[in-house]
Every structure is written in C-alpha cells, then in structure tokens.
Ligand binder design. Sequence first.
Ligand code: V47
Length: 383
Amino acid sequence: MLRTSSPILQPIREKVEAGERLSLDDGVLLYSPEVPLPELGELANLVRERKNGNFAYYNINTHLNPTNVCVYRCTFCAFRADLRDAKGYWMSDEQILARGQEAVDAGATEMHIVGGLHHQAKYEWYRNVISLLHDTYPTLHLKAWTPVEIDWFCRLTGKSLRWVLEDMIEAGLGSMPGGGAEIFHPEVRNKICEHKADSSRWFETHRTAHELGLRTNCTMLYGHIEEPFHRIDHLIRLREHQDAVLQEGWDGFQTFIPLAFHPENTGLAHLPKSTGLMDLRTMAVSRLMLDNVPHLKAYWIMLGVGTAQVALSYGADDIDGTVRHELIYHDAGAETPEILSVEEICHLIEEAGREPVERDTLYRRVERQGTDWQAGEAIAVQA
Ligand code: V47
C-alpha cells in the first residue's frame, strides 16, 4: 500500500497494486500534468522493486561505430555523414582490432556495435567486423546491429532475415541492441525516418532473432514531434510482441531503454530538449506499461548522470555501463562525460540507495578476481 493518494491516479493505483495490466487510456492519462510525478514515481518504483528488488545493474562496456557514413537521412540523427562529408569515416580492420584490445584491457564484457549503412560497404565487410572481433576476443560479448542494419544486409545479399541473422550468429553475434525503434506509429515514423525499416520489419527482425535464441533490447525515441498517444501506442506494441514471444517459450526482450531526443546538429535542432521531469515521467510510465519486460535502463549518457541516478527510483533498475567511444549522443550535444569508472558508477548507485551489481549482457552476475572475470548464474527476475 502506498502512502500518497491522488484521486486521478486511484483507479490506476488499484490496478498496479493488484498486478493488473494498464490500458492505452491509462497510459495517456499518466502523461497528464495533473498526475503528480512523485506519486507516479512511487507506483513505478513498486513495480521496479517487485521485479528487481534493490539491485541496480551495470556493466563494463564500450561502443564501436565502424562507420558513420549512411545512405539514410533520419532527421533526428546528428551522427550520420554523407559519402563525401569531411566528418565521414570508415574503420580499417586494424582500427577495429585496436578497439577490441582496448576493451579487453579495460575489463569490458560487452561491445555495443551499430553504425551507418555505408554506400560502398558490402555485406562481407559488416560480417567481418563481427567475426574479426569474435575470433580475436572471444570473451567480448558482441551486442550488434539493429533491425535497420539487418534489413539493409538482407537488401545487400538478397537473403532472408533468418539467413542473415543465422550467418551473423555464426560469425559471433551475441545479442541485439534496442535501436532503430524510434516511434512505431506511421504518423510520426514517416516524418522522422521515412525510408528505413518500418515498424513491421523492426518487429519481424526481433521475432526472428528471438526465435533463433538471441536476447534483444528495445527502445523508444521520445521528446521530438510525437504526442503522448504515440508513446503509449509504441509501448503497447512492444508489450504485445513480448506477450507473443514469451508465449512461444522464447526469451524475447530483456531491457527497454527510453531515449530522450537530443536536438543539437540534427534536422530537428529547433525543438527544445526534453526536461528532467519529462525524462522521469517517461521512465515511470514505461515501467508501468511494459509489465512483461524484465529490465528498464536509465542510460546515463543520454539522461545525464544526475537524472539517471534519480531514475533508479522511478522504475529503472539498470544504468548501462562504463561506456567509452559513444558518438550518437555526443554528436547531438550530450554534455555527459565520455566514460565513467566502475567506482563512479557504484558510488552513483549506492548514493541512490541501491545495491550495485555488475552484470554481463545477459544479466548474469559477473564475478571478478583481479582482471579475470567469470559470468555466474543468471540473476532471477520476474518477467
Ligand atoms: O536508434 C539517434 C537514438 C538510438 C539521436 O540496447 C538519438 O542497450 C536522441 O539504441 N537524440 C541508438 N536519440 C542508441 C540505442 C541504445 C543506446 C543505449 C543502449 C542500448 C541498448 C541501445 O539512438 C537510435 C535512435 O533512436 N538516437 N540520434 C538523437 N539526436
């Protein structure tokens, strides 16, 4: 039973306390300014603690964006470059391997790999990014490619989603990150990323990945031209997908990451940046709507360290990792540091009253002795 009780929230509070599912109308109501944020946070925290207790997860990770040159021109993206742009780059095998070595030396368990769709890169080059890293650094989990890249690989090869995913798994793909989801509703999607993989292709890719035994993440890009209805529609589509794949007995999505739009250097630079209060509200609403996804990430790079810390009491149970070489948000004006140390992350988590747990990409507890590490048992959570 919760301490506070505002009449507008009463029916929703009863549903959450009883473990019942929230509707689209409930979700839209939660975005109403009349719903007090502290109470909303308290409800989301109830669900967060039911699922993940007092744990707050982090990992030691690094990012790799092998090229920023991209055939697509998503209006929200500050990272991409045209083929002949001065800022365009395309990494060599040596540069990629140097990143792998740096990651392993830093004790990383995960490399997050996404990038542009270079006009001249063949499928074999993208496959080689994975096989090169996997063969040289087999302990590094490669969380790579979104449905946008996978769909592009299908076009390059003329092969099916299943073929491409199986081939990437054979090369060393370990899981898929949550990007490319943006906002599923076509009213918004057609305006911000008209040409790339649409929502049905995004879901079909994740479904195929789930069927093949890959764990994947999911995201939502908010704070641009969308309305609360589009956000809740987005969350419900994810929830329905998760219902269907869990029904099949597959693992499905493990983590949801709400991503606040950063306008600087994008085609939507005239829009204001989302506020801390909107970020916390979106975190809490996401936790309440997505009742079947185990983890919710407060990505500190995007939220800022302070908001990420508070978000651990607004539904989030994961803060992402130490991170290094992040470009997507820093190119779009993020003022967060390039990297946090394990000590800094643990301090943030402990100061928020949570217990830090180092996890690997698949949420197994990481046990370390000196520089050696070993993944232990999966940490049990309520789906
Ligand atoms: O798909 C791009 C978003 C996503 C901007 O799976 C932007 O663990 C804000 O998916 N402002 C990529 N957002 C990042 C991503 C992610 C991040 C952290 C962890 C995980 C995970 C996944 O970033 C893109 C797009 O939705 N994005 N440009 C921008 N200017």
